[in-house]
Design a protein around this ligand. Structure first.
Ligand code: DX5
Ligand code: ZN
Length: 224
């Protein structure tokens, strides 16, 4: 796994631990590391911004202890600035906040950077117009386009978000990346790539499979 996915322009597969077996998280991380995942995606849910509760800084710190991989922390939480420093202290490599959760995305992106966040991401829900994130694009390193409604892994891919990805792609600098999260599997990953996606977040299509290396190889085999 890589400690800095921005070094490459090649497509990258981020294993979301949301579908991992939390009773043996260290082993699960080792499995996807050996299995060829490029980095880890940590889906943080607070039960308020989204109707599920997953984990927080403590699990982020535990994950940090067992891998040098880039920890791509997706904050599906209200008040992301209130908790950002705790995730950074826990070892998050990048923090991605929801445009719906803040008053001024540009200010939030700048404040996260002032807190020491080296990789700032912005994300938007399927129902949010893509124009909402445009003002903040200069201040972020990557954009995450949600292809499901935040809350749970194993949901159905929403192809109606693909035009949003195409609109974002046109506006990204060469050193920025675009990520997609939700319902990514062998039937949908290529469509996401064709819409300009660089990084593919995958939870159930990896962790629900017995052989994670084979699952990741199948996904990679779908990409050009
Ligand atoms: C939504 C989560 C999920 C997860 C991906 O709350 O962000 O999208 O990462 O889950 P799968 O890959 O199972 O759709
Ligand atoms: Zn996510």
């Amino acid at each position: 796994m890589t400690s800095d996915p921005f070094q490459s322009t090649a497509p990258q597969i981020a294993a979301s631990i949301l579908s991992a077996d939390f009773a043996k998280l260290g082993d699960e991380i080792g499995d996807v590391d050996r299995g060829g995942a490029d980095f880890l995606h940590l889906d943080v849910l607070d039960g308020h911004f989204a109707p599920n509760i997953s984990f927080g800084p403590a699990v982020t710190a535990a994950t940090r202890r067992v891998t040098v991989a880039f920890l791509d922390v997706h904050l599906m939480i209200s008040e992301p600035e209130r908790y950002a420093s705790k995730f950074l202290k826990a070892g998050a490599s990048g923090l991605t906040f929801h445009v719906e959760a803040v008053a001024d995305a540009t200010q939030t992106a700048r404040r996260l950077r002032q807190m020491g966040c080296r990789h700032v991401g912005i994300t938007l829900n399927p129902a949010t117009p893509v124009e909402k994130i445009f003002p903040a694009l200069d201040d972020v390193d990557h954009v995450l386009v949600m292809s499901v409604v935040p809350g749970f892994s194993g949901q159905k891919f929403m192809p109606e978000v693909l035009p949003k990805a195409e609109a974002v792609k046109k506006r990204l600098r060469a050193n920025q990346r675009m990520e997609m999260d939700g319902g990514i599997h062998k039937e949908t990953i290529r469509r996401a790539q064709d819409a300009g996606v660089d990084w593919f977040v995958v939870a159930s299509a990896i962790f629900d499979q017995k052989n994670r290396a084979a699952a990741i190889a199948i996904l990679r085999g779908c990409l050009r």
